[in-house]
Design a protein. Structure first.
Length: 207
């Protein structure tokens, strides 16, 4: 099976931190059309982990790969993906990426590839940038549809930045979704319980 997209590896240190800190997360290509009404539904802002800073806002559902690609999972994303970006007024942002696979087996293998990339994310980031320190945790499996898995990744740069991100990979039949939540901070700032609730909602909404 050939899933990985063409192009260079996304998670160079600057791009990785931009993806986590949300520097470019608000950029959504204006010309891209939203998917048709019979495609999977995306999260609404109120379904994301509550933000004490401000309410969430959301961009449109956009066809194609996001720019920049998210760290850890970006290389695997095919061109048939759709995505939506979410932001708050301060330092928290999120993203949902959804792929409708050509078959249930294809999507099962694609989800496994994403989980593998996330399981090795910290080592990959440090290998690509020796000035970056990355650590990660697995927050376990969620029993929703064909299942979802949750991961946490903390990155700290030599310049002093500190970012925490949560990722989940879930599948319903031939459709796979990835949810990413990120903010400035460490593991103690990760809203894991809320993020798990968001993940269950995201997978249940696929169809």
């Amino acid at each position: 099976m050939n899933i990985r997209a063409r192009g260079t590896r996304t998670a160079l240190a600057a791009a990785a931190l931009a993806a986590v800190a949300g520097v470019a997360a608000t950029a959504v290509p204006a010309a891209a059309a939203a998917p048709a009404s019979d495609t999977p539904r995306f999260l609404e802002p109120a379904e994301l982990p509550p933000s004490p800073a401000s309410p969430w806002s959301a961009g449109p559902v956009t066809a194609g790969q996001p720019d920049p690609l998210p760290m850890c999972v970006g290389e695997a994303l095919p061109s048939i993906i759709s995505h939506r970006a979410y932001t708050t007024d301060l330092d928290t942002n999120a993203q949902q990426l959804t792929v409708e696979g050509r078959s249930e087996q294809w999507s099962k293998e694609f989800a496994a590839l994403l989980r593998k990339d996330l399981a090795g994310c910290a080592k990959t980031l440090m290998r690509q940038d020796p000035g970056l320190t990355a650590t990660q945790k697995s927050y376990g499996h969620l029993d929703v549809e064909e299942g979802a898995d949750v991961y946490g990744i903390h990155t700290a740069s030599a310049q002093g930045s500190s970012d925490i991100a949560l990722f989940s990979v879930g599948r319903d039949g031939a459709t796979v979704t990835v949810v990413r939540w990120a903010r400035l901070g460490t593991f103690k700032d990760a809203q894991v319980a809320d993020f798990k609730t968001t993940t269950v909602t995201a997978v249940n909404k696929l169809y």
